[in-house]
Write a protein that binds this ligand. Structure first.
Ligand code: VG1
Ligand code: CO
Length: 543
């Protein structure tokens, strides 16, 4: 078995987005495309000879082929050992858990998360560092720079490695260890949550439904919710992972998780419903005929954290992405702990967690997590909720309403305009930036603009600066409209409008968010000229 150096030419489009490099499967299948990016990772991270790597993906189409290529490249690049999830599968939070538990040099995760899969769908790859978290902006930039200059990649001449049974095999001088993808993660969950209290809750007739959306979390949810916690068989639906997610869009929101939504809004609805995404890091939480916004969920977990064994000593701090509502800030203030506002994407939370500045993190995009790993974690959020419900024994809805009564309600909604022509979307953003001077101080009905800017973040730990992270229009009463272009799509441009209004008056907490935000939505459309510039009258998805 020889190591070959194969000459190649750079691709110009291997710039990672919000979370790794995501492209159509057909792009990744182009000769040298995956190889170039993997070699660019290896050339950037300077792993010592014999280092250990974690490797796994969400099981989507092309996962197996990609795993075999990466293993042969890892062997040719001097790695001593690779831990691979059985069948090439690891959820994103489980990969983070394994990197940390076995103190490996880093890991490669194959996923395009909530994007559809299959031959016509999306594929993705990202590198996580030894802390278990997504590579920082600095490392990501270095990988992109390498990808633009790459001349050759290294590959071991060898046959495929068996991945379907646990155990070790060798690839040149490298050991490939196939591990159970669920065990380490399940043990970590058991160490954080009061499994016996949750077990009692479920045994007492509290009914749950978890929609794995035919994505990676099915086996994790079955093992933890049904086997370890005793939820009746059938509590996990769509639990069989499929390479094309059964043709669905594995994004846990009210639009795409419609099967679960129908159950939770139907007659005889269970007490608690939840779903997670393609790679298992997102979560949606539902009560009986009740939707918990992700921003509220973060705030609520923070306010109730001491009920959970793993967090019983309190939180060091909270971090949220900029577009996420300020509901968590109110809890942080009450708890007298710091709250950090970061750009969108989990990679910005890693430094804060490593430095011990924050314990909980969250994003409005159905992402919540803590310092137990360095990724957002869908099932963890579900278990956190179940632990709170086991301790408090109130319905989901009344726990949320009580939270609003205590802290006020941050009405929140996000409008996504997917697949816009790139130029039109960029035109909207440019127009907004050109309007900052005239907007500042302007009055729109009851709203007066206090500040507008393009969000910039200085990492308090390493001092690195990230500019251009989204246009903010902030009003004097704290209401906000945010405009951002997505960094995870693979077709045209996706423009997101985030809307938030604070309401202290309990009598108005009953309002539907769309009603409470109606005026802000009109202002957003007016100042952005979105309809005129893109020809779109309606968003694709409202969350
Ligand atoms: C989206 C979300 C962001 C999240 C990212 C990755 O990014 O808005 O909050 O961190 O997806 O999540 P963007 O750039 O499209 O807005 V996942 O579950 O796709 O890894
Ligand atoms: Co995801």
């Amino acid at each position: 078995m020889g190591i070959r150096s194969i000459s190649t030419q750079p691709f110009s489009d291997q710039k990672p987005g919000t979370s790794g490099l995501r492209k159509k499967v057909s792009v990744f299948q182009e000769p040298r495309y995956l190889e170039n990016f993997v070699q660019s990772i290896f050339d950037s991270i300077a792993a010592p000879q014999g280092a250990t790597l974690v490797l796994g993906g969400d099981g989507r189409y092309y996962n197996r082929e990609a795993i075999q290529i990466i293993l042969k490249m890892a062997a040719a690049n001097g790695f001593g050992k690779v831990l691979v999830g059985r069948g090439g599968i690891l959820s994103t939070p489980a990969a983070s858990c394994v990197i940390r538990k076995y103190q490996t040099f880093g890991g490669i995760i194959l996923s395009a998360s909530h994007n559809p899969g299959g031959p016509d769908g999306d594929f993705g790859i990202k590198y996580n560092s030894s802390n278990g978290g997504p590579a920082t902006e600095t490392v990501t930039e270095a990988i992109f720079a390498k990808s633009k200059a790459i001349q050759a990649y290294r590959m071991l001449d060898a046959g495929d490695v068996p991945l379907d049974a646990l155990g070790e095999s060798t690839l040149g001088d490298m050991t490939v260890q196939v591990i159970d993808p669920v065990t380490d993660y399940a043990e970590l969950m058991q160490s954080l949550f009061d499994f016996s209290a949750i077990h009692n809750l479920l045994a007492g007739g509290f009914r749950i439904k978890f929609d794995a959306m035919h994505a990676v979390n099915g086996p994790y949810a079955k093992e933890i919710l049904e086997h370890r916690l005793g939820a009746p068989a059938g509590s996990v639906i769509n639990g069989l992972p499929l390479p094309d997610f059964g043709g669905g869009h594995p994004d846990p929101n009210l639009t795409y998780a419609h099967e679960l939504v129908e159950i939770m809004y139907g007659t005889d609805a269970p007490d608690f419903g939840a779903a997670s995404d393609g790679d298992g890091d997102r979560n949606m939480i539902l009560g009986q005929r009740f939707f918990v916004t992700p921003s509220d969920s973060l705030a609520l977990l923070a306010a109730n954290a001491t009920l959970v064994p793993g967090y019983k000593n309190g939180l060091a701090g909270i971090a949220r992405s900029m577009p996420t509502s300020a509901a968590a800030d109110r809890v942080a203030q009450a708890l007298n702990i710091p709250c950090y506002e970061t750009p969108t994407g989990w990679k910005f939370f890693g430094n804060l967690m490593d430095a011990g500045k924050v314990t909980l993190c969250g994003e409005e995009s159905f992402g919540t997590g803590s310092n137990h790993v360095r990724e957002k974690d869908g099932l963890w959020a579900v278990l956190f909720w179940l632990n709170i419900l086991a301790a408090r024994r109130h319905p989901v809805e009344s726990i949320v309403r009580e939270h609003w009564t205590r802290f006020g309600r941050n009405f929140y909604s996000r409008y996504d305009y997917e697949g816009l022509p790139t130029e039109a979307a960029q035109g909207v953003m440019q127009h907004l930036k050109d309007s900052f001077a005239t907007l500042t101080g302007a009055q729109f009905g009851k709203y007066a603009v206090k500040l507008c800017d393009d969000f910039s973040y200085t990492d308090p730990v390493d001092g690195s600066v990230s500019n251009g992270q989204g246009v903010r229009i902030i009003f004097t009463d704290g209401s906000r409209i945010i405009f951002r272009l997505s960094g995870t799509g693979t077709e045209g441009a996706t423009l997101r409008i985030y809307l938030e209004a604070f309401e202290a008056d309990t009598a108005r907490h009953q309002l539907d968010a769309q009603v409470a935000l109606a005026e802000l939505i009109q202002i957003a459309l007016q100042i952005s000229e979105l309809k005129q510039r893109t020809g779109r009258n309606q968003p694709t998805v409202i969350t």
